[in-house]
Design a protein around this ligand. Structure first.
Ligand SMILES: [Zn+2]
Length: 216
């Protein structure tokens, strides 16, 4: 039995009979993670991302970020001047939209903007969209990111909340992406908020959640 990467409890295994992939599901925090033997290597991962066309030419993609800014960022805008898009990808759509709304936005991406611009800096808001499902050690990354969030600052994550049902999970389109290796749901995020001193400000029950770092 594997230990959960989020809460260290025991996780039970389930096998996808279509792909023979093994997933481990935590019964405490609901985090589900792909067994490490099924990870793809970094070269293949990069090749996969190069196929994404997440640019201003993709209107649906742009609109999605406009909606996120309107629903999740602008209501807190008085507190937010300085932001970081962690795992921004190639197209810089979200950073440019944030800048149009009067905020600054640093870019970081393991593959496309690898310079660690956030070192020695703190932000009013860190956004990480469609990143956490790709991470081998999400808790480690989250802890690191929180060091760069100001007191009372915000963290916005976007990663599809998994259906909390084994059959539905194994039929879910989101697990078909070969680079998706970890899956959260609201309960996982609630567990993380509690553990890391965060308050959940807002979520859409689907794929987006906004946390605020509590003052300590
Ligand atoms: Zn867990």
């Amino acid at each position: 039995m594997k230990k959960c990467k989020i809460c260290d409890s025991s996780a039970t295994a389930m096998t996808d009979t279509k792909t023979q992939k093994i997933y481990h599901k935590c019964l405490t925090c609901d985090y589900i993670f792909l067994d490490e033997v099924f990870y793809v290597d970094m070269q293949r991962e990069k090749k996969h991302y190069d196929k994404h066309h997440n640019t201003f030419e993709s209107l649906g993609y742009v609109r999605m970020f406009e909606n996120i800014i309107e629903e999740f960022v602008l209501p807190c805008k008085e507190d937010i001047k300085c932001t970081l898009d962690f795992g921004c990808g190639e197209g810089e759509v979200l950073p440019i939209l944030l800048e149009k709304n009067g905020m600054t936005c640093d870019r970081y991406d393991l593959f496309y903007f690898p310079k660690k611009v956030y070192e020695g800096k703190k932000y009013d808001l860190i956004l990480s969209t469609e990143v956490f499902e790709h991470l081998q050690n999400p808790l480690e990354v989250l802890n690191k990111l929180l060091l760069h969030v100001e007191k009372n600052g915000y963290l916005l994550l976007m990663s599809a909340f998994h259906p909390n049902n084994d059959d539905a999970f194994l039929k879910w389109w989101y697990i078909r992406d070969i680079t998706h290796i970890g899956f959260f749901n609201l309960q996982t995020f609630e567990y993380l908020a509690d553990k890391l001193g965060l308050t959940i400000i807002k979520h859409n029950s689907k794929n987006i959640i906004l946390f605020q770092k509590r003052e300590v």
